[in-house]
Design a protein around this ligand. Structure first.
Ligand code: IPM
Ligand code: MN
Length: 355
């Protein structure tokens, strides 16, 4: 098969972790006889520095013409500490999501036997947890307008907007994934307070009837925040709006043992994007210490979701599990004091794939 991918390393540790994921992707393609071609493009703070735009048209065109996008991370402290900056790296990520129509962000949450002890949660609570967060990605407060400040600068506002169509499409997608899993959907909202959440709930109550084989439950987001860490095994597919999904998935990474482990797939209308959920971790940039596994697992999702190449994805997962069992891991998840570098972990996984 021909695989044509756009590679967007972005900022901070992005280039290092993407470098390893790309090597793993190349090794898998070689092993299975796929023809891989890829091209790099700029995004985020590095794109602002180069061309003044965090998601330049040339990058968008490359993404549109590719079969899949492998994405690193964006963000730079020089913008985090300057709330008055007119152009921000995050705008690049948001523009990409909007322009590619990536309305569904799929964030699988599972545990790894060798990491169970790394979680601050008790082993018996998390062992075997396996659920999928589906975060709506192109609506809600991230994109709602008006957004801004009053003239005197002392009042600020964001607007949360959802349309029926936006809610319907993400719910249908969630039910379809639930049908392939344990057939349970948890719709997370704040319908006791927010109008947008009441629309979500109303639409969900209509749509659930079309999927009688799937059990539906409704949960307020505050309660969900608690249940995710108290009883993670009760969830199968959890679907929620953009901001709630952003927050709940960082929380859910605690179950996995490290934020450095969670991959994601963003799918929608145009080309799908595969990216780790963690950020650009600027403190570690250039040090070859960042955990590449979330990005390597995002490459596994790319094989599975963008190309329907299940065996290839499974081999990457197997290699990641084996690297952890062998203790070849970066400092964030190492135990016996021996930490490997980003590229050591990549080397080990590439060799495993080639065997
Ligand atoms: C994520 C990130 C982004 C988000 C930031 C970098 C804009 O936190 O993908 O979860 O909030 O969506
Ligand atoms: Mn986030």
């Amino acid at each position: 098969m021909k695989l044509n991918i756009a590679v967007l390393p972005g900022d901070g540790i992005g280039p290092e972790i993407i470098g390893q994921a790309l090597r793993v992707t190349e090794a898998v393609c070689e092993k299975f006889g796929h023809e891989l071609s890829y091209e790099y493009a700029i995004v985020g703070a590095s794109a602002i520095d180069e061309v003044g735009n965090p998601y330049p048209d040339s990058t968008h065109e490359l993404c549109m013409s590719a079969d899949a996008v492998l994405f690193g991370a964006i963000g730079d402290p020089k913008y985090d500490n300057d709330p008055s900056a007119k152009v921000r790296p995050e705008q690049g990520l948001l523009a990409m999501r909007k322009k590619l129509g990536l309305f569904a962000n799929i964030r699988p949450v599972t545990t790894f036997p060798s990491l169970i002890h790394k979680s601050p949660l008790r082993a018996e609570l998390i062992e075997g947890a396996d659920f999928m967060c589906i975060r709506e990605l192109t609506g809600g407060m991230y994109f709602g307008r008006p957004q801004g400040r009053s003239e005197d600068g002392n009042t600020a506002y964001d607007t949360c907007v959802y349309t029926r169509e936006e809610v319907e499409r993400i719910l249908h997608l969630s039910y379809k994934y639930a049908q392939l899993r344990r057939k349970k959907v948890t719709v997370v909202d704040k319908a006791n307070v927010l109008a947008t959440s009441r629309l979500w709930r109303q639409v969900a109550q209509e749509i659930e009837k079309q999927y009688p084989d799937v059990e539906t439950e409704y949960m307020f987001v505050d309660n969900a925040a608690m249940q995710i860490i108290q009883w993670p095994k009760r969830f199968d597919v959890l679907v929620t709006e953009n901001l709630f999904g952003d927050i709940l998935t960082d929380e859910a990474s605690v179950i996995t043992g490290s934020l450095g482990m969670l991959p994601s797939a963003s799918i929608g209308i145009e080309t799908s994007v595969f990216e780790p959920i963690h950020g650009s971790y600027p403190q570690a940039a250039g040090k070859n210490i960042a955990n590449p596994l979330a990005t390597i697992l995002s490459a596994a999702l790319m094989f599975e979701y963008a190309f329907e190449l299940k065996e290839e994805g499974a081999l990457i997962r197997k290699a990641v599990d084996a690297s952890m069992d062998a203790g070849v891991v970066t400092e964030d998840i190492s135990s016996a004091g021996k930490a490997y570098s980003t590229s050591d972990v990549g080397d080990w996984i590439v060799n495993f794939v080639k065997k």
